[in-house]
Design a protein around this ligand. Structure first.
Ligand code: ZN
Length: 466
């Protein structure tokens, strides 16, 4: 029995772990590598294992850094079943289709330049057609149900509270006299986050594979974060312009709509017209609406009271390009939520072109902005930005809301680990080196835990852990 670390090993993205037991092979996550161009180039390389010999995939959640190479796995010969939560199946369908579309567009754009230079044309990483193949491999599961997926391999999903359907995966391996239980945290949610439940505590494991994205940081308290949002709304109200909110389509967009619904009267939201201007976010919102069984107690109550969770009397969904372009003519009183979350693409760029140069407009940054992105330039106080070759002066006021995160912080990760009774061995994944080192020290000091930080390709023997 072995566990091989093939992704998110000493890096944040590209989650991919291979379990070998009882003569079977099970992959946990098959994520896209995201970041610098040189890192992303690794997505096109062949898998370091034989996809046709993988018997099953266990998928923790729909984010592309966990699911985004599934179309490539299937194109490379995988014929097995992908076990995951039913909400993840639905979210994956729209996210992978969107990823396929972006791949096609990027290849087309690059090939136009290559053609002019007489260079060899490129193939997209995968297409929408490849992405659509994933659906037929899904076997939806519910939380907290035991499932025998293969002889000697039993699994159970628990709510991770990170995005809709996100799961902690428990795996029991039995091979002759050898027995072992593994727990994969997937991405763990931020306690007290809107809509979703807190991550479920698990008590037993022989090995825990734990994410460490915020292993060295603490988030601001929720109350302080909501106070900041309220203040942005109040300040903007006096200015008379629009508010732009770049937001990730799955998760952040729905959280914002939810806190707007929850605070509709006290935050004076009836004086605004709110637009969700992203086809992907609109589809994801529909999926969130359908899965009320996954809400926490407060969200259920609000959902019942309002006849739906994300219902606002002045909310419009602008799915079509024409509807989106019509927003360019609105000078005042609009709150526009649009992708992409870091302003690297999508409709938010058009809205920045029409609003960023206006002193009465406001830009509310409500998510993490990576180095080198347009969103990061705005956070860092850029006076000018470049959009489609045009220079735009930034006169709008930029507000950065710090506390919104879909990930547990260091305290959340330490607390979650603290529920394991026998202080099992931990493998830290999905983090920057500094975050992993800091979390490793805490786990060792607080609990005496044995912590490893595996590198890509490292193999852990599972026999003898118990
Ligand atoms: Zn995630």
């Amino acid at each position: 029995m072995k566990l091989e670390f093939w992704g998110a090993a000493q890096e944040v993205t590209g989650a991919c772990f291979l379990l070998r037991a009882n003569g079977r092979r099970v992959l946990v996550d098959c994520g896209l590598i995201q970041g610098e161009r040189s890192d992303e180039a690794r997505n096109a390389e062949p898998f370091p294992f034989e996809p046709e010999r993988i018997d099953a995939v266990l998928l923790t959640h729909a984010h592309l850094d966990h699911s985004g190479r599934l179309p490539l796995l299937i194109r490379s010969g995988f014929k097995g079943t992908i076990y995951t939560h039913s909400a993840t199946c639905e979210l994956c369908e729209i996210l992978l289709e969107d990823a396929g579309y972006i791949n096609e567009r990027e290849a087309e754009w690059e090939n136009r330049k290559r053609e002019r230079k007489g260079l060899k044309l490129l193939e997209p990483l995968y297409t929408r057609t490849d992405a659509r193949q994933v659906k037929s491999h899904f076997k939806p599961l519910k939380f907290n149900e035991m499932t025998d997926i293969l002889p000697g391999i039993r699994v159970r999903l628990q709510d991770a509270g990170h995005i809709l359907g996100s799961a902690i995966v428990e795996v029991w391996l039995n091979q002759g006299e050898q027995h072992c239980k593994l727990v994969f945290s997937g991405d763990l949610g931020h306690r007290g986050a809107p809509i979703l439940c807190d991550p479920v505590a698990v008590a037993e494991a022989d090995l825990v594979v734990l994410e460490s994205t915020y292993g060295d940081r603490l988030h601001r308290a929720w109350e302080a974060t909501w106070e900041e949002v309220k203040q942005v709304l109040q300040v903007s109200q006096h200015g008379g312009g629009n508010i732009l909110i770049p937001a990730f389509s799955v998760g952040r967009a729905q959280e914002l709509l939810y806190v707007f619904a929850r605070n509709y009267e006290p935050w004076g939201l009836r004086q605004w017209h709110i637009f969700l201007d992203s086809p992907l976010a609109i589809k994801a919102t529909g999926i969130y609406q359908r899965h009320q069984e996954l809400y926490d107690a407060e969200a259920r109550q609000i959902g019942r009271r309002q006849g739906g969770l994300l219902q606002l009397p002045n909310l419009s969904f602008t799915a079509s390009t024409e509807e989106s372009m019509a927003l360019n003519r609105i000078c005042s009183g609009a709150i526009i939520i649009a992708g992409s979350g870091m302003c690297t693409g999508g409709r938010i760029k058009h809205h920045l072109k029409h609003n960023a140069w206006r002193a009465d407009c406001h830009i509310m940054i409500a998510g993490f902005q990576a180095h080198g992105t347009l969103g990061r330039q705005l956070v860092d106080g850029a006076h000018y930005i470049r959009l489609w070759g045009e220079t735009i002066r930034v006169k709008a006021k930029v507000h950065t809301i710090g506390g919104l995160s879909a990930h547990a912080d260091q305290a959340g990760l330490v607390d979650w680990y603290g529920h394991f009774r026998e202080r099992p061995k931990v493998a830290l994944v999905h983090g920057e080196p500094q975050a992993m080192d800091s979390l490793a020290k805490r786990l060792t000091n607080d609990f005496g835990a044995e912590v490893i930080i595996p590198e890509r390709g490292q193999v852990s023997r599972l026999a003898g852990l118990r």
